[in-house]
Ligand binder design. Structure first.
Ligand SMILES: [Cu+2]
Length: 181
């Protein structure tokens, strides 16, 4: 049996840890969707604030995302402000999302007819007891869609051009065969 050296073990550990370390913080489950479609935005919250439990999540509805409705969550109270902000608040300490757990908050609406990035800005509020305050996931790059280097990036949805209807039969095959009288 071949024993791994300490260096090899550390290197393997670093490799395994890297994908986790590179994960963004609050992200959308589905990161692209066609323009004009009905879209369910599922925001995944994978940790709290500096170890503290999440007690509220306020999502700014991006301009152009229309007719938005939130999905209810057991133990959480929902408030909506003028179709611009949806907030889920834990109704009790027990309902708060622990730092060691993952959960999802969802809303649904109609995407704009034009393609381009849609940023979901999220204010995550945490329990004060554990020393956490809040994380304002609202940073957006000056240009483009790369969130590299941003400490608190907003969640990105890339709205793509509408899906073209593909004919079930190729036009040439659908043409009547050449015939003679
Ligand atoms: Cu994070």
């Amino acid at each position: 049996m071949k024993l791994l050296s300490a260096t090899q073990i550390i290197a393997a550990g670093a490799l395994m840890y890297w994908p986790l370390a590179a994960l963004p913080h609050i992200v959308l489950e589905t990161k692209t969707a066609p323009s004009g479609s009905i879209y369910k935005a599922v925001l995944q919250v994978s940790h709290g604030c500096q170890g503290a439990a999440t007690t509220a999540l306020a999502v700014q509805i991006p301009p152009g995302f229309d007719g938005v409705k939130p999905y209810p969550k057991a133990g959480w109270v929902i408030t909506m402000q003028a179709n611009t902000l949806i907030t889920w608040t834990a109704a009790s300490q027990e309902a708060a999302l622990q730092n060691s757990q993952i959960d999802e908050f969802a809303l649904r609406g109609k995407l704009p007819d034009t393609a381009g990035p849609l940023w979901f800005k999220v204010l995550q509020t945490c329990s004060n007891d554990a020393g956490g305050a809040s994380n304002n996931w609202a940073e957006v790059p000056a240009t483009g869609v790369s969130t590299k280097g941003l400490a608190l990036p907003a969640a990105l949805l890339e709205v793509t051009a509408p899906v073209a209807l593909v004919p079930s039969v190729a036009p040439s095959a659908a043409m009547p065969p050449e015939h003679k009288h």
